[in-house]
Structures are given as C-alpha cells and as structure tokens.
Design a protein around this ligand. Structure first.
Ligand code: KG4
Ligand code: ZN
Length: 343
C-alpha cells in the first residue's frame, strides 16, 4: 500500500507537487518558485505567498501527474507538509491534500517539513549509513541532528538566533545583491578572497570540550551579520566579492567545525547535508573534506533536492505512512511544528 505517493509542498515560497514511488523513484517533481514575486520586497511576503499558492497549486498538480504519466486513480496516498512554515501557505497545500485524499479515497499523510529535508538524502541514496549526522541548514532552520534510525532523531544543537540561510539573505540584502541572497553570495564569492577579512566565528574553539555542553552544537549568526555591516560601513571601499567570500567562509567554518565535532563525538557512520543552504558550493566542498578526514561516509543531495521540493515530502510521507499509518483528516497546519525528537 502507498507505493505511489503524491507529495505537496507549500510551506514557504515554492509551490511544489511530486509523484514518488516507494520513497526511491521520483516519477515527477514540479516546483513553481515565487522568487520573482518576493524579490521586489527583499523577502517572502506571507500574504503574497498564500495567494500565489492558491493560483499555482492546481496547474502544478496537473503538470506533476502528466509528467509522471499517471492519473489520480493511480495515486495510493497523498502527503503534504503541515509545518513548520507560513500559516496561510501551509493551509493551501494541507487543504488540497485532504480534499484529494477524500476524492481519490486514499490515505492522507501529514509531513514535517524538517523531516522532509532529511529524507531528501534518503530519496537519492536509500542505503545511507545510520547513525547519521545531518546538518540541516535552510532559510528558517539551522540544526545538527543525529538520526539513529528512521523517525528517531536527537537534536544535538540549533541556532540561537538567525538561521544560516537568513544570514545569507540579510547580508546579501545589505550588500545590494538581491533576494534570495544565498545563491548570489555563493556566486560572487567565487571572485573574492575568502581570507580578506577575518569575521567572527561564534562558539567555535580549538577544543570543543572548553565550550559549555549546551553551546557545543549551538549556532549564532546575528553577530556575524552585524560584524559584516559594521565593517562595510567603516570601510566602504572594501571589495564586495571579498566581503561576500569572507562572510561565506565564516558561516561555512562554523557549520563544518560543529559537524566534525558531532561526527567525532557520536561515532556516526554517515553524514549528510539538507536544506537550501546545502546547495552552497563552499559548504559542499568543505563538508566532504571533513567527512573524508573523519572517515564517515558523506552524502550531498543534489542541489534541486536541497531547496524546497515535493519529492522529499512524498519520500518522508512514505516512511511516515509505513511507520504510523494515515494521519487523521482533522490534522491542521502547524506553523511552529518541530522535528519529532527522542526524549
Ligand atoms: O530549504 P529552503 O529552500 O527553504 C526553507 O525551508 O527555508 O532554503 C532557502 C534558503 C534561503 O535562505 C537561501 O538564501 C538559501 O537557502 N540558499 C543558499 C544557497 N541556495 C539557497 N544559501 C547559500 N548558498 C546557496 N547556494
Ligand atoms: Zn525548506
């Protein structure tokens, strides 16, 4: 049961629908990005996002079914992101998924967006080694998770303020590089000198044991953002590419250092990246280096699988359906939903 799953993702500014077979074969994955609508405002405007999801969802659904070469009657379960995300945006996908599950008379599966980012890697590499350290870095979240088994997560640490993607977006905005900032900084950094400016690396020490336990895997990026802004104000002649590259290096340094500590302390056998920032070239390069040095098997999802998409929602949905069965139809959207953690 549930071998052909339809996934729906509308938690933020991507309207996405995918058809996935047994959490491993992507039959179609259609993503309609609203980036252009929000670029004008320098960030996602919730009201605009919700309305765009309503407009886009049905055409995207039709495309996803057509590309997969299936009709509604072939779909065996419908999975949708129920949180975390923007309330008005989530509701569009959740309501559509419930309606489809009723019309097609198939189970509805509620999917946690963070768990979906984790499953993006399993979708492309079903034989990932467990326990697995996952560095989940997106526009809304930055966390290090130890995945002991399917559905069994331990949170090692998360950000105390801004998410890594948020820091990329805010710094890019300040530097006049537009929205979303991550890809812009990534591209411009290629032309800059990453050692030009020594920006702060928060809660990083030579020896992790010298940090209090609750800070060891914690992140903080708001001080770094302020340091970049203050520096550019005092040194307006600084080359933007050097600022971008030095900022990116500071973020990546912190992320890979803590990922290394996590791998070493937990004895994990595998490590992978997830979330939009996992598309960052420098992070991918340095994460692979760390995994090689520590002897764990690394997996980097393809760039399309890092940013929001519905194939990862369908894959996570298949695992949830297999372990927990269908979700009740009165499951609502939950903007603050957290990753289900082990006690
Ligand atoms: O996972 P995602 O698509 O949406 C959320 O769930 O947040 O992540 C979007 C974030 C944005 O902050 C964007 O700037 C960042 O991922 N991002 C990148 C890159 N591509 C996307 N950050 C750094 N380098 C990139 N190449
Ligand atoms: Zn996401």
């Amino acid at each position: 049961m549930g071998d052909l799953i339809l996934g729906i993702e509308t938690s933020c500014d991507e309207t996405a629908v995918a058809v996935v077979e047994r959490a491993t074969v992507v039959r179609s994955s259609v993503v309609s990005s609203q980036v252009e609508l929000h670029a004008l405002f320098g960030g996602v405007v919730p009201e605009i996002a919700g309305r765009a999801h309503i407009r886009e969802l049905v055409p995207v659904l039709a495309d996803a079914l057509a590309e997969a070469g299936v009709s509604g009657s072939d779909i065996e379960a419908v999975a949708a992101t129920t949180g975390p995300g923007l309330a008005g945006s989530l509701l569009v996908g959740v309501s559509a998924a419930k309606a489809l599950s009723l019309v097609w008379d198939v189970p509805f599966v509620a999917v946690n967006h963070l768990e979906a980012h984790l499953y993006a890697s399993f979708l492309e590499e079903p034989d990932l080694d467990l326990p697995l350290v996952v560095l989940l870095v997106s526009g809304g979240h930055t966390m290090l998770v130890l995945m002991e088994d399917h559905g069994r997560y331990r949170l090692l640490g998360s950000t105390l303020d801004d998410a890594a993607g948020e820091a990329f977006d805010k710094v890019a905005r300040y530097l006049g590089l537009g929205y979303p900032g991550g890809p812009a900084i990534d591209a411009l950094s290629g032309e800059g000198d990453a050692s030009a400016f020594d920006y702060p690396r928060s809660m990083v020490r030579e020896n992790p044991d010298t940090l209090p336990e609750d800070r060891r895997y914690a992140f903080s990026f708001s001080g770094l953002k302020t340091a970049v802004v203050n520096h550019v104000r005092s040194d307006p002649e600084a080359a933007t590419a050097d600022v971008a590259a030095s900022f990116q290096e500071a973020v990546v340094d912190v992320l890979v250092t803590k990922a290394r500590w996590a791998v070493e302390a937990t004895g994990a056998r595998g490590a992978c990246l997830g979330g939009g920032v996992a598309a960052n070239s420098r992070l991918r390069e340095r994460f692979l280096d760390v995994c090689t040095e520590t002897g764990v098997r690394a997996f980097l999802p393809s760039r399309a699988m890092c940013t929001d998409n519905a194939a990862m929602v369908a894959a996570a949905g298949w695992w949830r359906l297999t372990s927990d069965g269908p979700s009740p139809l009165d499951t609502g959207a939950d903007p603050n939903l957290g990753l289900p953690l082990l006690p």
